[in-house]
Design a protein around this ligand. Structure first.
Ligand SMILES: [Zn+2]
Length: 91
């Protein structure tokens, strides 16, 4: 199969993710974040790799963004357009 263009990839990503469901992934997400090489933050619209994230040893089951410190980390979401859409919806 040919590789998708960025536009096609965006299209499929937008179809696949419902923003409300996506928002739920920013909590109770420690295990899921660990399973993805890259994750994204919909507060500062950044994408970072697993080894940049500090995982809580105890306490709440969510991840703080290594860039902006907000608990707006979405496991495996690296598409900036999706992050921006969620930012506009939530903030
Ligand atoms: Zn951030």
């Amino acid at each position: 199969m040919d590789e998708m263009t960025p536009e096609q990839e965006d299209f499929w990503n937008l179809l696949r993710y419902n923003l409300d469901e996506l928002y739920l992934k920013s909590s109770n997400n420690v295990e899921e974040v660990k399973n993805h090489e890259f994750s994204g933050c919909f507060c500062c619209i950044s994408v970072f790799s697993l080894n940049e994230i500090s995982f809580p040893l105890s306490g709440p089951n969510y991840i703080f963004c290594p860039r902006c410190g907000v608990d707006a980390v979405l496991p495996g979401i690296t598409n900036r357009r999706i992050l921006e859409m969620l930012y506009k919806k939530i903030f």
